[in-house]
Structures are given as structure tokens and as C-alpha cells.
Design a protein around this ligand. Structure first.
Ligand code: HEC
Ligand code: CU
Length: 490
């Protein structure tokens, strides 16, 4: 090496040494961000970032040491048929296509810009109430969104913790019962302590027209929901979402953190992992840490973070310890741990399978009698009303509501509807063909979409007879012949 080369190298080295205190000073300012504010509301945000969203049981990357940001959340609502258990289908309403909805990970001080999109193929309006929001309705009042529309609102994340979010559109219970809930995590400054594995688990209870295990596409049952008589109590939206090949995993010696939520709508969870003790629980998802916990209570609309180290291999069964729910209604998951046995901790006389669901009761329940009941023709007005009401509750109820009152800005009322009462043929046509464009009902303009209803002539006659003879309407009787003649008019 030549002398001048060596000199310039030394110069560079000296420059570096001279700069070192400065660099240290800068990184010190960085770490002392706390000093810049009294309140989390005053934490400054730097730059913008699109939030990573994940479906259960996965969670997005930890926030670590990142600074508060403007965080863009793009959440799409999807109404889709999914599987509750083998052979049982259910129409789930979802935030992001999964039950529970996409996991949102933030830190205190983030300014969240929330974009709620309601897919154009959906049938209903929705909104979102995030328990992490300080503001009216937790965002619900600013996020009501019809199919094919997008709503935007922003909020500052003030309190660390694990929070539930859910739809709060009427009938609220029904939206939640169909799966409209999820978790939003707010990490403290500097992030949560590091662990090896993190998973997202959320419990929910479901109510179907048929009995538990009855096959086919099962509609939601309002009566059972009100009676809190659940057909399914499950983790992550379906029976078996966390069992067999879907089990969550860890290796001996690893630390595991579960973000556990409960969407309800009705049942609190006695959350327990068989054969493990929670080393640490952030009770109710807040700052209070309890240690050495066997079972932790997760209220409906609440959450908890549980942490434990796995010391021995095996299959650890995750349950709601209200045990019939686990073995008969689906609230059962598995954590599979691989690694070396430690005979000191556990002797090894492990019997796998001892806690399997009893005979897979849910899967193989035979279809209940009455499923293939012949459809008798309605003769009297009373019978027409009875059959018509059944069709109404299955087909029209979700939009026009139980008393035909509709939903403001979205679904016109059928009760005392001047539009309905003015023209029977027009009403028949609407059910046969669907309806788009403006309609004015009792002086209020609606401009939305009613999809065409796939019903028989008799079903249409009965449902319209039911509607016309309910809620102060004009008491007309619609016959299958009338429907037939409208059908052939096209
Ligand atoms: C997916 C939601 C949805 C379902 C299900 C639905 N409707 Fe509608 N209905 C609407 C919407 C939206 C309109 C207004 C359409 C427009 O703006 O053009 C409407 C309009 C109507 C109207 C005319 C306006 C009024 O209020 O009088 C009648 C009558 C009606 N629906 C009856 C029914 C009946 C009966 C059923 C069940 C067989 C049914 N609808 C199912 C959404 C729905
Ligand atoms: Cu909803």
C-alpha cells in the first residue's frame, strides 16, 4: 500500500471516530422519543405504511422498534359460503374473507387510516366498531358502507392492548353471529417482548336452523341466538380449524404467545390448553399480567394474550373448558410440539387420542327427521301466511328485517309501503326479476340493488300474501296463478 493511500485510509478512520459521538447522539434522540410527548395522543407520526393483514392463525410481523406511522388499513368485507364442519355449509359474513377477520397490528401513536370496502357481490350494508378506537361507536358511526361502496375514517391509536373489532350494523347480533369480528393489537412503544411463535385464535358461537351436524346449507337461526342455544362453539370460524393438519406448532424450548379473542355473540370462553400452564397472561388484553394461570376467562367482546414455554413434546389440546362445547360443539384445537422428551418433566406415558372429540359427533350426526318433508300446498289464508312467513324469514328478513321495517339508507320498508300497496304485479315482478335503480317508498328515495329471488310460484304467492297481510299493508292475496302469468309475461 502506498503512503498516500494509507494516509487517506487513516483520514477516513479519523473522520469516523470524530462522527461517532454524533451518530450516538442521533440514535439517542431516536430512543428518547418518549420525551417528546406527555400523551400518546401527541406522539408524532413519520411517514406512511400499508398495514400487513393476516388470516388466522397467523399474525403480522411484530412492530419492534418502528416509529409511529400513518398506517393504511385496507379491509374488504366478503359474504361467502364456507364450511362449518363436514357437510355443513354456512354463509359467513367476514372482514377480509376469514372468521375471525384479518389481524391488524399497530403500535401506540399510529394514525390509522381505515378503508372499509363492502364487496359489490355482498347483499348487506356493514360497518366496523374497533374497541381500540377512542371515538363514537368505535368507528361504527363513520364506517357504514353499502355493497359496492368504500368508507374511510381515521383514528389515533392511544392505548396499548389487544382489542376486538366487530360489525355493529343492525341487527348487530346477527352480523356478529355470522362471523363479523376480529382482533386489533396495539403494541406499546418498542413492541412486545420477543417470543418464538405467535398465533391468532378467536372463539365464536353459531346458531343454525338445523340441529348440530345437520347437513346442507344452514341458515342463521335468530330464535336460538336469542336463547343463547348454540349449535357450534368454535375456534377460528369452523370445527377443526386448528386440528390435525391445521394444528398450530412449536418446538420444545420455544416460547409461544397466543392472541386469543372472543367474538361471541353470546358465550364467554374458559380458555385452557390441556397439559400447559400459562406462564404469563395479559388479563383481558390489558397491562395487568397474571402468572401461572390454568384457565383464563375471555369475555365476549374481549381478549387475552397468553404466553408459555413448551417444555415437552406432544399434542396439547386447546379448549373452551366449558367442556361439552369442546367435545360436542367444536371448541377444540391442537398445538403440536416436536422435540426431545424430557422425562424429568413428564414421564412419557402419554396416551395420544384420549382427548379426541367423542366419535367426531359433530361430523357424523344423521340428518334429522323432517328434512325431506313433502312441501304441501297452502290452501287457507292462514296456511299461506304460515308458509309465507317461513319464506320471509329465510329469504327477505336479512334485508327487510323482522317487522318489514327495512334499514335506513339501504333497504326500503315493506311495512305500510305505499310502493308495495300501489301495485301487486310490480311487487311480483320485483321478486321474479330483482330491482335496481331508484324507488321512492313513503317519500324516501332508495337506490340500491335487490337481487332476483329464486323461488317457486307458490313460494312467491305465499311470501307476498304474508307481506300484504302484515304490518298494516293492504291485505291483498296473491295466488300462484298470478305469479305464473307475470312469469310468462317476460
Ligand atoms: C339482499 C337484500 C334483499 C333481499 C334478500 C330482499 N330484498 Fe326486497 N329490496 C331490496 C332493495 C335494496 C330494494 C330496493 C331496490 C332499489 O333500490 O331499486 C328492495 C325492494 C323491494 C320492494 C319494493 C319496495 C318496497 O319497499 O315496497 C319489495 C316489495 C320487496 N323488495 C320485497 C321483497 C321480498 C318479499 C323479499 C323476499 C322474497 C325481498 N324483497 C328480498 C333488498 C332485498
Ligand atoms: Cu355486518
Amino acid at each position: 500500500m502506498k503512503l498516500n493511500q494509507r494516509l487517506s485510509k487513516m483520514k477516513a478512520l479519523m473522520l469516523l471516530i470524530a462522527l461517532t459521538p454524533l451518530i450516538a447522539l442521533f440514535s439517542c434522540v431516536d430512543n428518547n422519543e418518549k420525551k417528546d410527548y406527555q400523551n400518546t395522543a401527541d406522539i408524532p407520526v413519520s411517514r406512511e405504511m400499508v398495514a400487513e393483514l393476516t388470516a388466522p392463525p397467523h399474525v403480522p410481523t411484530p412492530v419492534g422498534r418502528r416509529k409511529a406511522k400513518k398506517l393504511i388499513v385496507n379491509m374488504e368485507i366478503l359474504e361467502e359460503v364456507g364450511e362449518m364442519t363436514d357437510g355443513v355449509k354456512y354463509t359467513f359474513w367476514t372482514f377480509g374473507g376469514s372468521v375471525p377477520g384479518s389481524f391488524i397490528r399497530t403500535r401506540v401513536g399510529d394514525e390509522v387510516e381505515f378503508h372499509l370496502k363492502n364487496h359489490p357481490d355482498n347483499k348487506l350494508p356493514h360497518n366496523i366498531d374497533l374497541h381500540a378506537v377512542t371515538g363514537p361507536g368505535g368507528g361504527a358511526t363513520s364506517s357504514f358502507v353499502a355493497p359496492g361502496k368504500e368508507a374511510q375514517f381515521s383514528f389515533k391509536v392511544l392505548n396499548p392492548g389487544l382489542y376486538v373489532y366487530h360489525c355493529a350494523t343492525a341487527p348487530v347480533g346477527m352480523h356478529i353471529a355470522n362471523g363479523m369480528y376480529g382482533l386489533i393489537l396495539v403494541e406499546p412503544e418498542g413492541g412486545l417482548p420477543k417470543v418464538d411463535k405467535e398465533y391468532y385464535i378467536m372463539q365464536g358461537d353459531f346458531y343454525t336452523k338445523g340441529e348440530t351436524g345437520e347437513r346442507g346449507l344452514q341458515p342463521f337461526d335468530m330464535k336460538k341466538a336469542v336463547a343463547e342455544d348454540a349449535d357450534y362453539v368454535v375456534f377460528n370460524g369452523k370445527v377443526g380449524s386448528l386440528t390435525g393438519d391445521n394444528a398450530i406448532t412449536a418446538k420444545v424450548g420455544e416460547t409461544v404467545r397466543l392472541f386469543v379473542g372472543n367474538g361471541g355473540p353470546n358465550l364467554v370462553s374458559s380458555f385452557h390448553v390441556i397439559g400447559e400452564i400459562f406462564d404469563k397472561v395479559n388479563v383481558e388484553g390489558g397491562d395487568l399480567v397474571n402468572t401461572n394461570v390454568q384457565t383464563t376467562l375471555i369475555p365476549v367482546g374481549g381478549a387475552a394474550m397468553v404466553e408459555f414455554r413448551v417444555d415437552v413434546p406432544g399434542t396439547f389440546i386447546i379448549v373452551d373448558h366449558a367442556i361439552f362445547r369442546a367435545f360436542n360443539k367444536g371448541a377444540l384445537g391442537m398445538l403440536k410440539v416436536e422435540g426431545e422428551e424430557d422425562l424429568k418433566i413428564y414421564s412419557g406415558m402419554q396416551e395420544e387420542g384420549i382427548y379426541q372429540p367423542e366419535g367426531g359427533g359433530i361430523q357424523d350426526m344423521p340428518a334429522v327427521e323432517g328434512a325431506d318433508q313433502a312441501v304441501a300446498s297452502a290452501k287457507t289464508l292462514e296456511e299461506k301466511m304460515e308458509y309465507g312467513k317461513a319464506t320471509y324469514m329465510q329469504t327477505c328478513f336479512a334485508c327487510h328485517q323482522a317487522e318489514g321495517q327495512g334499514i335506513a339508507n339501504a333497504f326500503p320498508p315493506l311495512s305500510k309501503s305505499d310502493y308495495l300497496n300501489a301495485n301487486v304485479n310490480r311487487a311480483i315482478d320485483i321478486i321474479l326479476n330483482g330491482k335496481t335503480g331508484e324507488v321512492v317508498v313513503n317519500g324516501v328515495t332508495y337506490n340500491s340493488v335487490m337481487t332476483r329471488q329464486d323461488l317457486t310460484d307458490e313460494e312467491i304467492a305465499n311470501v307476498l300474501t304474508y307481506v300484504y297481510n302484515s304490518w298494516d299493508n293492504s291485505k291483498k292475496e296473491v295466488t300462484p296463478a298470478m305469479v305464473r302469468s307475470r312469469r310468462s309475461a317476460h
